[in-house]
Design a protein around this ligand. Structure first.
Ligand code: ZN
Length: 163
């Protein structure tokens, strides 16, 4: 039986020391598929060494390296991904979110004043965010920033638009 050329490509990259995820990204295949090939070939699991340029999950180490107290190198991108995954796991739909101690009720008048270009001095971040959302889509980020008296960056952050 003739082997699929993709299988040969996967095998070649794995034999060259590439990680499962590295192979998956390079060839656009599922990482579980690559893992199956690694098992079939009897190759040991990918290990990072001092010479590795990428972590076992395929993140480049350059500018992305942390060191443990013992001096071990670790991947900061992986730490961030784990943190995010943990937050998602902790999220329970319908559960009451933890209430920040500084939370105030939203002052609708303050929001309207901010949206109209006359933000009160006591405007809270939440009220500012509400005013920005109210103006979203009607004005440019620059104009919203001047009106609500915040940075353009804040406008982008609150509207979720790409900077
Ligand atoms: Zn990583």
């Amino acid at each position: 039986m003739r082997q699929h050329p993709l299988s040969e490509q996967i095998a070649a990259l794995l034999r060259a020391g590439e990680s499962n995820i590295g192979v998956a990204r390079k060839l656009g295949v599922d990482r579980d598929t690559v893992a199956r090939h690694r098992r079939r070939l009897g190759l040991p699991g990918y290990r990072t060494t001092a010479a590795s340029t990428h972590c076992r999950h395929g993140h480049p180490f350059a500018g992305n390296t942390g060191y443990s107290a013992e001096g071990w190198r670790y991947c900061l991108a992986c730490v961030r991904e784990r943190d995010r995954a943990r937050k998602r796991r902790d999220y329970v739909p319908g559960a009451r979110p933890p209430r920040p101690s500084t939370a105030r009720s939203l002052d609708e008048v303050a929001v309207q004043r901010a949206a109209a270009g006359d933000p009160p001095d006591t405007l809270s971040p939440r009220e500012r965010a509400a005013a920005i959302r109210a103006l979203r889509g009607q004005l440019t980020a620059q104009v919203i920033a001047e009106r609500v008296r915040c940075s353009v960056r804040t406008v982008y952050r609150r509207t979720g638009a790409a900077a």
